[in-house]
Design a protein around this ligand. Sequence first.
Ligand code: CP
Length: 304
Amino acid sequence: VNHLLGIKYLNEKDIELIFKTADHFKEVINRPIKKVPSLRDITIANLFFENSTRTRLSFELAEKRLSADVVNFSAASSSVKKGETLIDTVNNILSMKVDMVVMRHPNPGAGIFLSRHVNASIVNAGDGAHEHPTQALLDSYSIRERLGEVRGKKVVIVGDILHSRVALSNIFALKLQGAEVKVCGPKTLIPKHIESLGVGVETNLKKAIEWCDVANMLRVQNERMDISYFPSTREYAQQFQLNKSLLESLDKEIVVMHPGPINRGVEITSQVADAENAIILDQVQNGVAVRMAVIYLLASKINR
Ligand code: CP
């Protein structure tokens, strides 16, 4: 299939190939000239219907480092505001000879919907609370880089699991690669039946941290909540914040991750986020190489 719509549609071999390709591109972007000419004949549109810092810039850099032509679209300043539909918008962009669409959209399944209605390769850059496949790939790639492999590692994903596309894509990716996965957070922010995905549930952060090799800390996504799922930010921080005293109570060192954006002082303290065992900026750096790999592999299937 000529799309990356979710980790759900990949297998372990697909992930291995993406990582092997990303290893090569990581070496490329560490050279003085950080570019390869591979995609000189490809044009990519980045369509962002929702805010982004990391994902948007990371995709744009990845595309430019592959020498693709790039156009950027932000819904807030577009004719979507005049009532144009998603399919009309994308078909108009594609008529200008665009080959691939990277899209972030607030609606779950938006990428899948688009892939059925337009003639282009679609990369999901986050669709509502559904999936964020390239984030999960760069997260696993970063665990592999720090710990040697993902297989057998114990990973806890902490926070607002209910509204998190990062959590769902990470669960799929980590399970495919043979990691053990738990989720941790307030009961109200953990989806019912999540155990059916083969993950454990822990509502006590200290127990979860004592169990794990890696803690992936998520923020509470207030923008996706129509009711309050938790009494207050202060109460959330009291029970689910990763801080120095919690880490110092362990008899081991764990790897700390965060997809960003961080709400410092809520889910994680600055001291922990900026410590040596936190790989938060490595995740961001690896995102460019991983996205180069995804785009390169998808482009290899385009008739040119
Ligand atoms: N991790 C992530 O998706 O960050 P942005 O929302 O800034 O792209």
